[in-house]
Design a protein around this ligand. Structure first.
Ligand code: SF4
Ligand code: MSK
Length: 646
């Protein structure tokens, strides 16, 4: 092992990094490239050609302004607004693509796609006030698809259709601060417009105004993606799979899917199990076709199809370095250009599939909903044909862990209450009694500037030990899966109260809710818990917290803001705050948001500090609810277990 800084706690990643010595990877480039403090802390303005201006507070406390007179607070807030607008655009454009494919499928114009969850379709139609009585699935689906698609380009001033799902008290707060999200595109464009030089120059207003574009993502674009993907591909239910680089197979054709949108990858899953293509692979000397994923495309097909995950975002390069990846198929977001330079050293075909994301040197095969099946088969065939071209040494680190994933909010409700009385009641009761102290959503990315997976796993372990239920999405979820914490046996690591609940319900103490857009499931669960009663009237009353311990992306910032504006406090770890340069903006997103939205956005670099602050938050919320006193412990007898079991 080299005596460099610790880069990961994942033995598979460490093994590959040791072999990668001398190769340029995200880890080595992070060491070579020092971040620029002006950029990192939000004080560099590039909004016009009178600059760029680097603003700072001088040692004697004087504030340097931009050429236009902009203050540090304006610049930091405006930079932040631009970041969350991009994050919102990324998720929401994903949502729009899903809505387009959904509508095409409903109209019979997308061969191979069909409505898989008619129950959820009917529920969603009812919620959207679309009649279902006496109508065919196709008629209902067309109306749902059209209304969902219209939610993106809506021009009137009424709220987005999904917003009424939020607790009533929350909606009143949004009304009061004028942040009700309307059409998704409109909110993003309005925010970008207001961030143009010579527009919004009031940090307090900027930090409030940007909330709308984030809510439009959480309760609009992302929620659209989650709902429609569930209807089109099936609402997740628990299933088993494995995670880490050890899922790759030396004697099979390996296809790794990477990115975020499941539209094409769902079809790739079908093609990979097509007997004709498997036979073709065998004719080329391979024992079969082995499909796995990295990042959030992996989460999508893991949640619904049980496809193995080869790792989280920082493992894409490492997967290629095993020498056995015959094709890496990418769609959008978190697919970094560095992978192309790695593929060019191996035989791996890098295939881009989306007009929004091309990489110089990669092969582009454009995905369209009407050619998805054909496209998927062509990609698998290309990978099979490439099997014979493997060159150099092959090395697959033999690490992988079994996991249980597939916890949609619908399934959680069902598993807690059973088929006849599906309900969140048992969860609320467990929180009220103190068996479960609260919930932590550990979400988001990895970042090569932090120790890969370390903070995520520290927090997972500490929370469950302290009877805090962990729900997780994105690359954090993959980390928990790789390190074994998504197996029911891991309930042994949980505190007594949480263990009792996990045993009674038969779940692991860490629940995989899906990809990054599926953070909208967290909003739905929080709302259901509020509506169930006994834990206050609003999300801000709940002993719950969101944490992205190793974030890197602008989407993560957007998620944080829609969570905070929905009433759930959020802590980010690892690298520092993007508004650190301005005390005023730091105050606005912490105390300022707390005054308005009852929740705050903090940046705490160290994992121990995050855990202490999160537990303090959970305890304060329990105290405010009057459930902080130790209740007399009643051991679960058989009858109570039966009550909880499905
Ligand atoms: Fe400088 Fe103002 Fe232009 Fe920003 S908008 S680059 S602060 S002159
Ligand atoms: S993929 S946004 S690195 S979680 Fe959703 Fe992972 Fe973060 Fe991308």
């Amino acid at each position: 092992m080299t005596e460099e800084r610790k880069k990961s706690i994942d033995p598979a990643a460490l093994e590959m990094l040791e072999r990668a010595a001398g190769f340029s990877t995200m880890f080595s480039r992070a060491d070579e490239m020092k971040p620029c403090n002006f950029g990192a802390e939000g004080s560099c303005c590039r909004a016009c050609a009178m600059g760029p201006c680097r603003l700072a507070t001088t040692k004697d406390g004087k504030e340097k302004r931009g050429v236009c007179g902009a203050t540090l607070a304006t610049v930091a807030a405006r930079n932040f607004a631009r970041q969350v607008a991009i994050g919102s655009a990324a998720h929401s454009d994903h949502g729009r693509n899903v809505a387009k494919t959904f509508l095409a499928a409903a109209k019979g114009e997308a061969a191979g796609y069909e409505i898989k969850d008619v129950g959820k379709l009917n529920w969603l139609a009812g919620f959207m006030e679309i009649p279902t009585e006496g109508r065919t699935v196709q008629e209902i689906a067309i109306d749902v698809g059209e209304k969902a698609l219209a939610g993106f380009g809506k021009q009137d001033d009424t709220p987005h259709v999904f917003v009424k799902a939020a607790p009533k008290k929350r909606q009143e707060i949004w009304e009061k601060y004028n942040v009700f999200p309307r059409g998704v595109d409109r909110e993003i464009i309005e925010l970008l417009h207001s961030s143009h030089a010579g527009n919004d120059q009031d940090a307090e207003h900027i930090t409030t105004h940007l909330v709308r574009a984030c809510l439009a993502d959480g309760w609009g674009g992302s929620m659209t993606a989650t709902h429609l993907q569930d209807i089109l591909f099936g609402t997740p239910k628990p299933l088993t799979a494995e995670a880490n680089l050890g899922v790759l197979k030396e004697d099979e054709v390996n296809v790794v899917i990477h990115g975020h949108e499941p539209l094409l990858s769902e079809k790739i899953v079908d093609a990979a199990s097509d007997p004709e293509l498997i036979k073709y692979a065998e004719s080329k000397g391979a024992k079969g076709i082995n499909l796995s994923g990295v990042c959030c495309t992996a989460n999508e097909v893991l949640m619904r199809r049980g496809v193995n995950s080869a790792g989280n975002v920082l493992q894409a390069e490492l997967a290629i370095m095993t020498g056995v990846v015959d094709a890496m198929v990418v769609d959008v977001q978190c697919v970094f250009q560095g992978i192309e330079s790695v593929t060019s050293k191996y035989h791996t075909k890098l295939v881009t599939t989306n007009e929004r994301m091309r990489i110089t040197g990669a092969t582009h095969m454009q995905f369209e909903e009407h050619n998805a099946e054909e496209n998927a088969r062509a990609i698998i065939k290309m990978a099979i044909d490439n099997y014979k071209n493997r060159k150099g040494e092959i090395h697959i680190p033999q690490y992988k862990s079994p996991l249980v994933a597939g916890f949609s909010n619908e399934y959680i409700r069902y598993m807690l209450g059973g088929k006849l009385r599906a309900s969140f009641r048992p969860l609320n009761d467990a929180i009220i009694s103190g068996r479960i102290q609260g919930a932590a959503a550990i979400v988001g990315c990895n970042n090569p500037r932090t120790v890969h997976d370390e903070s995520i796993m520290y927090l997972v372990k500490e929370f469950i030990k302290n009877n805090v239920l962990v729900v997780t999405t994105g690359c954090a979820a993959i980390a928990a899966g790789k390190h074994g914490y998504m197996q029911p046996e891991m309930m042994e690591q949980a505190g007594e109260g949480l263990r009792e609940i996990c045993e009674a319900v038969g779940i692991p103490p860490v629940l995989h809710l899906g990809s990054c857009v599926d953070n909208s499931r967290v909003l739905t669960i929080l709302t259901e818990v509020v509506n169930e009663g006994g834990l206050g009237e609003d999300i801000s009353d709940l002993p719950a917290i969101g944490i992205a311990p190793e974030w890197y992306s602008e989407k993560a910032l957007t998620i944080a803001i829609y969570a905070v504006a929905s009433g759930a406090s959020v802590i980010f770890g690892g690298v520092g705050s993007p508004v650190k340069s301005s005390k005023e903006v730091t105050r606005l997103i912490t105390e300022g948001y707390e005054e308005k939205f009852g929740a705050r956005f903090d940046f705490i670099p160290d994992k121990e500090g995050i855990f202490a602050a999160a537990m303090d938050h959970i305890h304060k919320k329990r105290k405010a609810l009057g459930i902080d006193k130790q209740q007399e412990r009643v051991l679960f007898d058989m009858e109570m277990r039966r009550e909880l079991s499905v």
